[in-house]
Design a binder for this molecule. Structure first.
Ligand SMILES: Nc1ncnc2c1ncn2[C@@H]1O[C@H](COP(=O)(O)OP(=O)(O)OP(=O)(O)O)[C@@H](O)[C@H]1O
Ligand SMILES: [Mg+2]
Length: 400
């Protein structure tokens, strides 16, 4: 039964997609449904076309997506004008990310692996494998890769609005904050991306790196999940978990996974709960600039999550009370369920999608209702990291 039976029901049949051969099975999705075979691929499969056609006609799949292609290093150097600093979009653990323009005129983001360790090479292979087989409008599209010599680069569709993290914790105070409805829209899209991984991919895929930095935004604030280097093919057969080294990002990691290394689909649900909490509060999952007791968002929020009368005090002060209270209550309730210590009590992603879609339908109509005295003791009111702004951020990023 749905965890959110109070909210309107949606589709009940979710098709599964076989990661190994790309065929769809018409099995009905259920709480314990799982694939029966383990994917076995190497990085060269991505041009084979396997797994593409059959995936493209699914709901939410991007019909434009086709297999990733191989680029030469010279092509990518030309695309970024020699990896010019002015084209640098940012840098993560994997390496630097540049904006580039391919010969075809297509604008792309090019991620270059730094050579600091073996882990990056493994992540590169997993990223190419996963994104060559998985296609959905809420997953970033991998356009290609480069394996010239010891170079390892990934070429993605360019996401003009950057990451959700940039908007929630951005630094430009003159810009408009993300509205409530945009936040819910982003939550819905991210949940749909996760639903695709958990319920349509076969075997299911555990994303393992859900965080606001990995939710990229297009010009209309449609979100796409990125960074699949840590993703794992989920448990198959009677298994309920896969055992792994604990990887991921501190602050988003489910407690049972952090302690035992036992990874389940519910580990992703916990991470999703943390992202929801960031969307509601405008606070970072971990913020060392805050005082003791407020640095870990989940720990800080627990007392508020337990008491309906305190829900309003969680809300990002930069919203200035512009949010529908009823929707807030539902959103906080969903968040609290995702953050349950016991993984079995966390909801399925398909139920979360249904619940969030309902909230999205409500948010637009009542967004302008304003709450008085919304957040009397939320310290982020004084903090500097709640300057998230919904704006033309990055649209002005030039390519040179
Ligand atoms: N496809 C893309 N389009 C536009 N910007 C992107 C794209 N991919 C990444 N970026 C930007 O590049 C920067 C670095 O991203 P990257 O994924 O390498 O690191 P991260 O997710 O922030 O951290 P980490 O990978 O270490 O966990 C981010 O600011 C992100 O917004
Ligand atoms: Mg990332």
């Amino acid at each position: 039964m749905s965890c959110f039976s109070c909210l309107s029901p949606r589709r009940s049949v979710v098709r599964r997609i076989d990661v190994e051969n790309g065929k769809r099975s018409s099995s009905r999705h259920s709480a314990d449904s799982s694939g029966s075979r383990k994917g076995k691929k190497d990085t060269h499969d991505n041009d084979s076309g396997k797994g593409k056609g059959a995936m493209n006609d699914n709901k939410g799949n991007d019909p434009k997506s086709s297999g990733a292609r191989s680029f030469t290093f010279r092509e990518l150097a030309a695309a970024t004008r020699g990896f010019k600093e002015v084209n640098l979009l940012g840098e993560g653990g994997f390496g630097k990310v540049y904006k580039g323009r391919l010969e075809t005129g297509q604008v792309v983001a090019i991620k270059q692996l730094n050579h600091d360790g073996l882990q990056g090479f493994q992540e590169f292979i997993v990223e190419v494998l996963m994104l060559s087989l998985l296609h959905h409008s809420n997953l970033v599209t991998l356009i290609g890769y480069c394996t010239d010599g010891d170079q390892r680069l990934l070429v993605y569709e360019f996401m003009p609005m950057g990451s959700l993290e940039d908007h929630l914790f951005g630094l430009q105070p003159e810009k408009e904050p993300l509205s409530w409805s945009s936040r819910i829209k982003i939550a819905v899209g991210a949940a749909r991306g996760l639903e695709y991984l958990h319920c349509q991919a076969n075997p299911p895929v555990i994303y393992r790196d859900l965080k606001s930095a990995n939710i990229l935004l297009d010009n209309d604030f449609n979100p796409k999940l990125s960074d699949f280097g840590l993703a794992k093919l989920g448990p198959v057969g009677d298994n309920t978990h896969v055992s792994t080294r604990v990887m991921g990002t501190y602050g988003y990691c489910a407690p049972e996974y952090a302690m035992s290394g036992k990874l389940t689909l519910k580990s992703d649900i916990y991470g999703f709960g943390v992202v929801l909490l960031e969307l509601i509060t405008g606070r970072r999952a971990i913020d060392c600039n805050k005082r003791q007791g407020e640095q870990n968002l989940v720990s800080w929020s627990r007392p508020f999550l337990k008491d309906r009368r305190k829900f309003v005090q969680l809300v990002d002060p930069s919203l200035q009370g512009r949010f529908p209270v009823r929707c807030l209550h539902h959103a906080v309730a969903i968040t609290a369920m995702c953050l349950q210590e016991q993984p079995t009590f966390r909801p399925l992603i398909s139920d979360i999608v249904v619940a969030l879609e309902y909230l999205a339908s409500q948010s637009y109509t009542s967004e302008n209702s304003r709450v008085r005295d919304p957040s009397p003791q939320s310290p982020s009111q004084q903090g500097s990291n709640v300057s998230s702004r919904e704006s033309d951020y990055r649209t002005s990023t030039t390519y040179e």
